[in-house]
Write a protein that binds this ligand. Structure first.
Ligand code: DC
Length: 230
């Protein structure tokens, strides 16, 4: 049996995870947040006092890591690092930069690739990240590249951090967003870029509902399920 896959890529704060989660619910697909996997490796580096930009050091800790992705009764994706649930810990703001830095290490990407592909072999998935349409699932039936202007994305990220109860300063968040974009787009391996066959969706002036409707339409137009989706 062949499963359906939808790839959503784009820079941070474009609304990928919120929208992908909702789309997954609507379509009955599994939502796979691949950023959470890189965040888990980033957290492991921080816990071990490893410089996330030191490729050799980061590579050396990989054999000690067991990373598992599970789905709770709440339907949410939980990340386990050596058996410990780190779902909340990986959301700390500091871990964003750690994740982006370890994601430039080729050994990390190779290590995580099969785990991501396996999810798509075993389920109907909506997978979001930076290289899903280009590298992880190049044959995905639907590919979307979701973006918005840097200020709009920083604003969303800022509000998200406040909702998580973390301290945040808008100007600093904007600077971090721009820096993370640059690192994710300029790295040599699997950089963030729009796949040639991906559809560009810009959500700058759209609220959540508007963005969701736009994406749902784009998906429904492209997804060949052999049945009507409503
Ligand atoms: O989606 P996110 O912001 O939680 O991702 C955190 C970092 O992980 C992001 O800055 C870059 C990296 N990442 C990646 O390189 N490739 C992916 N498919 C997903 C995330």
């Amino acid at each position: 049996m062949r499963y359906h896959s939808i790839a959503i890529d784009g820079p941070c704060g474009a609304g990928k995870s919120t929208l992908a989660k909702r789309l997954a619910q609507e379509l009955g697909f599994l939502y796979v947040d691949t950023g959470a996997i890189y965040r888990t490796v980033g957290l492991a580096a921080r816990c071990r006092d490893v410089d996330p930009s030191d490729a050799a050091k980061v590579e050396s800790i990989l054999p000690d890591l067991t990373i598992t992705m599970g789905y709770g009764e709440d339907g949410l994706q939980h990340m386990l690092l050596n058996g410990e649930d780190v779902t909340q810990a990986i959301r700390e703001n500091e871990i964003s930069a750690y994740a982006s830095k370890v994601a430039s290490v080729p050994a990390v990407r190779t290590y995580l690739l099969e785990m991501q592909r396996r999810m798509a072999r075993e389920h109907d998935v909506i997978m979001d990240g930076r290289d899903i349409g280009t590298v992880v699932l190049p044959k995905a039936e639907v590919k979307l590249f979701l973006t918005a202007g840097p200020e709009a994305r920083a604003e969303r990220r800022y509000r998200e951090l406040l909702e998580l109860g973390q301290k945040a300063d808008f100007e600093q968040v904007l600077q971090e967003v721009v820096e993370r974009d640059r690192r994710d787009m300029e790295r040599e391996i699997s950089p963030l870029r729009q796949a040639d066959d991906a559809v560009l969706a810009d959500t700058t002036g759209l609220d959540l509902e508007g963005s969701f409707r736009l994406l749902l339409t784009l998906v429904q137009e492209r997804l060949d399920t052999g049945e009507e989706l409503d």
